[in-house]
Structure formats: structure tokens, C-alpha cells
Design a protein around this ligand. Structure first.
Ligand SMILES: Cc1cc2nc3c(=O)[nH]c(=O)nc-3n(C[C@H](O)[C@H](O)[C@H](O)COP(=O)(O)OP(=O)(O)OC[C@H]3O[C@@H](n4cnc5c(N)ncnc54)[C@H](O)[C@@H]3O)c2cc1C
Length: 495
């Protein structure tokens, strides 16, 4: 059946996925792990095909991967996560970095009708942000590699059939990381299930691994640092622009409908001016994420090596996830007590808040990513002050020129806390630049553009205020501060 899908033009193909995704509408779909039968409907509609190369039966399309993430997230954010994990973290690294034997063994299976799933196992109970301290090991054995350790919080922990497992060399004197394709049946065991607060369509848990895999199942990548890990995660992070765009289109629509319908006294909620302010904040977040999604679809290419997109992707992930969460909370506030109900017939605000909460935490927590974005810029500023560097750097220069923000607060010795905040400021500048570019290329309504740049400008002013707050000494003496350990990304930030 999926073979017919290969001939469809993109719009028709995406329309088919959209039709199936509509049956997963978060307003009515149960808050439960996705049953295999339901996943099969999506697989048969071709949801995995864009992430697969053509020679293995796929459609091999960056834009279609993004559009699938967007449309599934509009219907159901958790479904968008499910699909994105499979496409970006499970299949794409194999399609990009595995040898032909491993690709031939695994990828054609995902081009068929079977409801197979694939995930990425990186995080461990003892390490998430600082992956370099992972304890899962690999060693060479006759005919292949033995991988042993414990991972947790993997999306699709219990249900994925194929895994990409990251491990370090068992000889602790050798600083070497390996990436291995492992079938669940080869020794990937879920020993505990987690009950997440949201995103309940996806299953999570603790996974013990003791697997021996043939030699060809090791990805053909550099292992001296975690650079490949970074590259892999840049894809799912970048795709958050698409997830956020779909999710916020829905939240904006639902919040307006609720506010127009709900009466406060005799007049609709939407006639109250502060309620309109909340709606404007939601709409603006949608505008910003639509612009980020435009950048993702037109400038980035998740089929290519994403390494050089590091700073743009750090900005995309942090801004998009912040906007998702703040909008969900505005919507929930507008929905009042009804927004605190599970299964309310009038709104999906409670679910939106729970589902979006984790986006600033997972896939690299936002505070760490912001720090790394600052480190990246500091390593390139040469003799200029940071504000001068940002005025000339292509990713931020358009916004600096247009908004003329006072960035002099950045021109000082930046402690760790300042670096996190500075990274957020840099990300807002990047986002403002993308809003302007998107507006020019799509002839977006000027009102939307102005509101988005005003909100982002306000966010910048807020960061300057936080610098002043820190200057009052609220953190006490810095002498006992311990810098976070080097992360998987430090080599990228510094070089
Ligand atoms: C729903 C969900 C799905 C997930 N999916 C997967 C998956 O598919 N595969 C997988 O391998 N993992 C997955 N994870 C794991 C996820 O990527 C980690 O939870 C995340 O990277 C954070 O690691 P941690 O939980 O160990 O937090 P920690 O490393 O303990 O960090 C805790 C907090 O410390 C603070 N912090 C850390 N570093 C800094 C810094 N430099 N500056 C300021 N503050 C800092 C932040 O506030 C951070 O949130 C998932 C997690 C969740 C919750």
C-alpha cells in the first residue's frame, strides 16, 4: 500500500497524513499510550516515509518531515512528539550515518506497513545534561560489540522495536563513544515504566541493556567526542519549530474560540482587555514560531549534516519551547476552572499545559542550551564587545539594525548565570530577525509582524532587567560556585 504513496505530490501526501492525524484529535483521543493498531494507521498513511532514503522505499524529504511534525502536532502535540522521535531520532541517524549493511537490514522494514517504531537511548539515570559522564559501555567481542548499561526516559521505551544506543568504551582510559543499532530482542529490556505528567501518547521508562550486536551495526562516525550526539539532537531540536508552529496554531484557535464563547457576566471573555492581551501573547507566539518554522523549512535541511546549524538550532529550540509553554499557560488561565479539568468538553487547555511543559526540559534543557549559545558567540567575538559581535553576526545583525536594542549590558565579564541569560537574549534577536525575514518572504500581515517584534523587544529588555537584579548581589558570593561539567556540546561552542 505504501508504494502508491511514493508517487503522490507533497501536498496530496501531507493531506493524507492530516486526514489520519485528525482521528487523534487531543480533544477526544484518550490520554493513553498509542496502541500499535493506531500507529499502523499512520504508518500506512506513510508517516515515516519522508525520513527514509528513496533506495530503501522512502520519500526522502526534509520539508515533508517538517510538515508531518507540524500537522500531527496541530491535532495532538503528543502525537507530534511520537512521530518526530521515530523520524528524527530513530530513523534519520541510521539513514544518515549507518553503513549500507545496517541500513539495508533495518530501513526497508520501516517503509512497509508494519507498525514498527524506533527510538534513541542516550539519557541515563545519572546523567542527562552532561552526557559525557554516561556509564553505559561497549566493548569489542568476537563478531561485534557488547553493550551494557542502563538508560531512562527514552520516548517509546516500552514499544520501540529498534534502538540507537549511545555508549562509551568500556576501557575508561579510552575516551571513545559509539552509536549502535540494537533490536529490542537482542537485549533491550524495560524494567520500569514511568508515569509522565503529559505527552501520554508516548511511553517512557527505565531500560536495561545487555546486547551483543554485529560489527556492521555501529554507526560510521567520529567517536572521540560526542559530536555525533550533538548532530543527531540538532535535528529534533530544529524540528521543534514545526511542532511549535502546529501546536500554537491550534492553541491560538482554541483560545480565541473559548474567549468568544465564554460569558463573564453578560459579555464574552474576549471583550475584557486583559483577556485580549493574553490572546495577543498567544497569537504572537504563534507568529514567532511560524517564522522559525519558515526558517527550518527554507534554510535548514535535516537530511544534511546539521553541525553548522548549531547556534541557529539552539535559538530555535529555546524560543519555540518557551513560547509553547507560555502560550499554553495563557490559554489555561483564560479557560479558568474549566482549564484545570481533565477531559473538559469546552477546551484542551489543561492538556496543552501538561503536554508542552516538558519542552523546555527535554532534548537539552533550555538553560544549558542558552549558556552554550553564549559560549559559541564569546568564542567568536575576537576583540569586539559581545554587543558589537551581535551587531555584525548574520544571525542577529538584522534584528540589531531594526530594533536598535541597548545591548551594552552584555559587555561585561559574564558569569555562568549571565551566560544563560545572554543566550536567551541572543535567541530573541535571532527570532526577531527570522520574523522580519518570514514577513518579507511571505507578505505576512504587518500587524502580526509588529506585535511579534514588540514582544521580543520586551523580552530583551527583560533580560537587561535580570542582569540588574543579579547585580544587586542576590546570588551571594561567587567564590563557591561550581561550573557545570563540560557537556556534549562544549567542543562545538568553543571551536
Ligand atoms: C518526556 C521526556 C522525553 C524524553 N525523551 C528522551 C529520549 O527519547 N531519549 C533520551 O535519551 N532521553 C530522553 N529524555 C531525557 C531528557 O533529554 C533529559 O531529561 C534532559 O536532557 C535533562 O536531563 P536530566 O533529566 O538528567 O536533567 P539534569 O541533567 O539533572 O538537569 C536538571 C536541571 O538542571 C538545570 N541545569 C542543568 N545544566 C544547567 C546549566 N548549564 N545551566 C543552568 N541550569 C542547568 C536545568 O534546570 C535542568 O532542567 C526525555 C525526557 C523527558 C522528560
Amino acid at each position: 500500500m505504501t508504494r502508491d504513496l511514493l508517487a503522490l505530490p507533497t501536498n496530496e501526501f501531507i493531506a493524507g497524513i492530516d486526514a489520519v492525524a485528525s482521528t487523534f484529535d487531543s480533544a477526544s483521543y484518550p490520554q493513553q499510550n498509542l496502541p500499535a493498531d493506531d500507529w499502523e494507521h499512520l504508518v500506512k498513511a506513510g508517516v515515516l516515509l519522508p525520513s527514509l532514503p528513496k533506495q530503501f522505499g522512502g520519500r526522502d524529504s526534509h520539508v515533508e518531515m517538517c510538515r508531518i511534525a507540524e500537522t500531527t502536532s496541530e491535532w495532538n502535540l503528543a502525537l507530534g512528539v511520537h512521530v518526530t522521535v521515530n523520524m528524527a531520532l530513530g530513523l534519520r541517524p541510521v539513514a544518515k550515518w549507518a553503513g549500507e549493511d545496517a541500513q539495508q537490514e533495518m530501513l526497508p522494514l520501516f517503509a512497509g506497513d508494519d507498525p514498527l517504531m524506533a527510538g534513541l537511548a542516550a539519557t541515563e539515570p545519572g546523567c542527562g545534561s552532561a552526557l559525557s559522564s554516561m556509564t553505559t559501555t561497549f566493548e569489542e567481542v568476537e563478531g561485534g560489540y557488547r553493550i551494557r548499561g542502563r538508560k531512562h526516559w527514552q520516548a517509546l521505551s516500552f514499544s520501540a522495536h529498534w534502538w540507537l544506543v549511545v555508549a562509551r568504551h568500556a576501557d575508561s582510559d579510552r575516551r571513545e563513544y559509539g552509536y549502535f543499532i540494537v533490536k529490542r530482542s537482542e537485549g533491550f529490556r524495560t524494567i520500569e515504566r514511568y508515569e509522565p505528567l503529559g505527552l501520554k501518547v508516548v511511553d517512557y521508562g527505565v531500560n536495561d541493556i545487555d546486547a551483543t550486536v554485529p560489527r556492521h551495526r555501529r554507526l560510521k562516525v567520529e567517536g572521540a567526542n560526542l559530536g555525533t550526539m550533538v548532530e543527531i539532537l540538532l535535528v529534533s531540536r530544529a524540528m521543534m519549530a514545526a511542532l511549535a508552529c502546529g501546536f500554537l496554531r491550534r492553541v491560538s484557535r482554541e483560545a480565541h474560540a473559548y474567549a468568544d464563547h465564554r460569558k463573564i457576566g453578560t459579555a464574552p471573555l474576549s471583550t475584557i482587555r486583559f483577556a485580549r492581551y493574553r490572546l495577543a501573547a498567544i497569537d504572537t507566539s504563534y507568529t514567532i514560531c511560524e517564522a522559525l518554522n519558515h526558517y527550518l523549512q527554507t534554510t535548514l535541511d535535516v537530511k544534511a549534516d546539521m553541525t553548522l546549524a548549531f547556534p541557529a538550532v539552539q535559538a530555535i529550540k529555546t524560543v519555540a519551547s518557551e513560547r509553547m509553554l507560555s502560550s499554553a499557560l495563557h490559554y489555561q488561565q483564560l479557560a479558568g476552572g474549566e482549564g484545570y479539568r481533565c477531559g473538559s468538553p469546552t477546551n484542551i487547555a489543561g492538556q496543552a499545559a501538561l503536554d508542552s511543559r516538558v519542552f523546555t526540559i527535554f532534548d537539552g534543557n533550555n538553560d544549558l542550551l542558552s549558556q552554550q549559545l553564549t559560549e559559541y558567540c564569546l568564542a567568536r567575538q575576537a576583540s569586539q564587545p559581545l554587543s558589537g559581535f551581535l551587531a555584525g553576526w548574520p544571525l542577529t545583525a538584522p534584528a540589531v539594525t531594526a530594533l536598535k536594542p541597548d545591548l551594552s549590558f552584555l559587555d561585561q565579564d559574564l558569569d555562568q548565570e549571565h551566560q544563560v541569560l545572554a543566550g536567551r537574549a541572543i535567541a530573541y534577536l535571532f527570532a526577531a530577525g527570522q520574523v522580519m525575514r518570514w514577513a518579507a518572504e511571505t507578505r505576512a500581515a504587518p500587524g502580526r509582524v509588529q506585535a511579534a517584534t514588540e514582544f521580543l523587544n520586551h523580552d530583551l529588555v527583560g533580560i537587561a532587567a535580570e542582569f540588574r537584579l543579579l547585580a544587586t548581589g542576590i546570588l551571594g558570593d561567587a567564590d563557591d560556585a561550581v561550573r557545570p561539567p563540560h557537556s556534549a556540546f562544549s567542543h562545538l561552542a568553543q571551536t
